[in-house]
Design a protein around this ligand. Structure first.
Ligand SMILES: *Cc1c(COP(=O)(O)O)cnc(C)c1O
Length: 227
């Protein structure tokens, strides 16, 4: 199938699964994950209406920067502190913030370069911290740190569910994330604005949406298997 058909099919599946939670199609943001995808296909995806693209490496974002014109970029991979200053201006959301030192570097570069960073806290909901993501216990202190910053705003949470055979096995993790999201939303933050819950990839996005995801990050189901 071509990219156009893949996008249509994924959107239909998104709408159906989101409706089960009570979300409307416009409540959900689809991120097209373009890591390893070459520039021509990225341009094609943008022409077909894709607006938000996700990449997991700063170097690759920079290399393909031209192709992303007209789209919003999302940083979804582990981010080293020394790469923060290289993030292209088209990055609208840094989804993989999982430690204080990274928040502090974003704030420092924000002040220095007069930039603002919107971020998600990446949460290691299954306790697989070696893969990235903060432990659940660290969420309050990271949110408090972000709240006190002037050039960083936390917009919610991101998670990558563990690799499992059947997506149903991840439902428990998505449920836990939604609960954490709701709980932290009741805290009266002034600057933090917790309205994004980014969870669900090609193999598990329907389960994630049924459990209340507002953003899904999809590569393979749109572009095919990565080599
Ligand atoms: C690669 C990647 C995705 C997309 O994965 P697919 O299985 O190809 O849909 C989503 N989120 C993150 C953080 C990724 O690294």
């Amino acid at each position: 199938m071509g990219l156009k058909e893949n996008i249509e099919e994924v959107r239909e599946r998104i709408n159906r699964a989101a409706a089960k939670f009570g979300h409307r199609p416009e409540d959900i943001t689809l991120i097209a994950v373009t890591k390893t995808v070459e520039e021509d296909r990225i341009r094609e995806a943008i022409q077909l209406g894709m607006k938000d693209m996700g990449e997991n490496r700063v170097q690759e974002m920079l290399r393909k920067q031209e192709a992303f014109q007209g789209a919003h970029l999302h940083m979804i991979g582990q981010l080293q502190r020394n790469k923060v200053r290289q993030l292209p201006d088209s990055v609208v959301l840094v989804q993989s913030v999982d430690r204080l030192s990274l928040l502090e570097e974003l704030e420092r570069i924000g002040i220095r370069d007069d930039r603002f960073f919107e971020v998600l806290l990446e949460v290691s909901i299954a306790g697989e911290e070696q893969k990235g993501g903060c432990p659940v216990e660290e969420i309050p202190s990271l949110l408090d740190a972000a709240e006190a910053m002037t050039h960083v705003r936390c917009r919610g949470f991101m998670t990558v569910a563990p690799v499992v055979e059947h997506p149903e096995e991840s439902r428990i993790y998505f449920k836990k994330m939604r609960t954490l999201f709701e709980k932290n939303r009741t805290i009266g933050y002034n600057r933090n604005q917790l309205d994004i819950l980014s969870m669900g990839m090609s193999h598990d996005f329907e389960v994630a949406l049924e459990e209340g995801a507002t953003m899904v990050r999809i590569g393979t189901a749109l572009f095919g298997k990565r080599s």
